[in-house]
Ligand binder design. Structure first.
Ligand SMILES: [Zn+2]
Length: 496
């Protein structure tokens, strides 16, 4: 009988049933989170998640890339308090109206004393930051002011919560920028989209479509909202980083004024930007994972290279020594490597680390020692390579870049395939069944288009997401609902 390879043995030992990403994405998603130990769902407060090291390590890397890019585009970091006095929160009428139902209040102390003024746990930080901005901005010389902070926010969601997708506590970055003119603020919106492109698309491998949201679906207190919309494997739309052109609404509410070059006092123009690391992590899990578990892009993987000793009789010492040597070498080149010295069989280890999404596996055994080489296996393609020890760093580097590219291209293909068109309502219904975005001629994303959007919602449980922001798409005919001349091509989809 043919001797079983370590990999086959591992497959047999595998007790994980993640064989249905396409068939039952929802179940796959929950299972992958539990089995790869990203989070523990057994905490007793709904919508609050216990994050385990494997997710935190990845999200820390994701934060690093994002923060670096925010800073490269001229932002500086700040840390603002978690609590916002009620008085601040009430200042911008639309904003307070939009966020009120979700705000969680701190109202009393441990000894039962009622606070004279209650505090909100920040649902977002405009009303924490802008009173300070009013003190910091004095003249045109203080502008632009571009700050960001990383941290959590709290919103008492009434919709169903799901780990990394929708929670009552989530992790994000918020950028808050102040300008002297509307033109500069509008330019910032495009710059924010560029940051999303440079990090979420290029580094995390998540492609997206730039959308301008309809008037009825914008950030409370904003003039316009622009978002990066993308898809989940089940064809549902997920909103990723959005930028809000705040205009002067908050400037007037918080009295943020500056003396311009012409000596006149003017209100500032503002934007805010909210890349949620937490949600982007959901996309990373969902878009890149497969039936065997996670597949991390090389750049953000908690462990980039796992080294597995394959020990023959009497060779243990030499093999272990070589593993340590290699790990040190990788460490010196800033490659995050780990050796699995555990008592498990090699097959079990192969499976475990594949499931956890480590991009590259290195096997070191007596055969490899003899040939002064290692066996290198890629998580994305399962391809095995022999790599000479002296070329190891270069080989890993190249493989890492290639893995990122392959995952990204795969996700791009998925998004492209799932943008469809519909000419009439019947076609819209059919196309929506396939999931993804459906493009339709639409009367308007200004407020007069709302009744048509509501009809689409009632009939198909789908939303008009808005129109393309990065390019003008000309409609060919009439609004798919009301029959009036269409002013735009709207993207319709079912939302997370
Ligand atoms: Zn219409």
């Amino acid at each position: 009988m043919k001797k079983k390879t370590a990999t086959e043995e591992g497959r047999k030992e595998e007790k994980i049933g993640m064989k249905y990403k396409r068939k039952n994405f929802s179940k796959w998603f929950s299972e992958v989170i539990a089995k790869t130990e990203l989070a523990d769902l057994r905490y007793k407060v709904k919508g609050f998640l216990v994050h385990r090291p494997w997710s935190v390590l990845a999200m820390k890397r994701m934060y690093e890339f994002y923060e670096k890019e925010m800073e490269r585009f001229g932002h500086e970091p700040v840390w603002f308090p978690v609590v916002i006095p009620e008085e601040n929160l009430k200042k911008e009428a639309k904003h307070v109206e939009g966020f009120s139902p979700e705000v969680m209040w701190v109202t009393e102390t441990g000894c039962g004393k009622k606070l004279t003024e209650k505090f909100a746990l920040r649902p977002t930080s405009e009303t924490a930051m802008y009173p300070m901005y009013a003190k910091w901005v004095r003249s045109w010389r203080d502008l632009p002011l571009k700050l960001y902070q990383s941290g959590q926010v709290w919103r008492y969601e009434t919709k169903a919560t799901r780990p990394f997708i929708r929670g009552r506590e989530f992790y994000w970055i918020e950028g808050h920028d102040v300008f002297a003119t509307l033109e500069e603020a509008e330019k910032q919106v495009r710059e924010d989209m560029q940051i999303t492109e440079n990090v979420m698309h290029v580094v995390y491998g998540i492609p997206f479509i730039q959308i301008q949201r309809p008037e009825w679906d914008k950030f409370p207190g904003a003039i316009h909202t622009y978002t990066a919309d993308t898809l989940m494997p089940d064809g549902k739309v997920i909103q990723q980083p959005s930028t809000h052109l705040l205009g002067q609404n908050f400037a007037k509410a918080f009295s943020i004024k500056f003396k311009d070059r012409d000596e006149k006092e003017k209100y500032v123009w503002q934007t805010c930007y909210g890349p949620a690391i937490w949600r982007m992590f959901a996309s990373v899990i969902a878009m890149h994972g497969d039936d065997r578990g996670l597949r991390f892009p090389y750049e953000i993987a908690p462990v980039q290279v796992i080294i597995i000793p394959i020990t023959g009789l009497g060779e243990e010492k030499r093999v272990f020594k070589k593993c340590k040597e290699i790990a040190e070498k990788l460490d010196k080149s800033n490659i995050r490597a780990r050796i699995d010295f555990s008592e498990n069989t090699p097959g079990w280890k192969f499976n475990q680390w594949e499931m956890k999404g480590v991009p590259i596996r290195i096997e070191v055994g007596p055969k490899e020692l003899k040939a002064r080489s290692v066996t290198l296996v890629r998580r994305d393609s399962e391809k095995r390579h022999r790599a000479l020890e002296k070329n190891l760093i270069k080989t890993i580097d190249r493989a890492g870049k290639d893995i990122n590219k392959k995952l990204r291209t795969g996700a791009e293909g998925f998004l492209r395939k799932n943008v469809r068109e519909a000419k009439d309502l019947k076609e819209l219904g059919e196309q929506l069944k396939k999931g993804g975005f459906v493009k339709v001629d639409f009367c308007s994303i200004d407020i007069e288009g709302l009744p048509c959007a509501e009809k689409i919602k009632d009939k198909f449980h789908a939303q008009v997401r808005g129109k393309r922001f990065d390019k003008a798409e000309r409609p060919k005919g009439k609004c798919i609902i009301c029959g009036k001349p269409a002013t735009c091509v709207a993207y319709v989809g079912r939302e997370y």
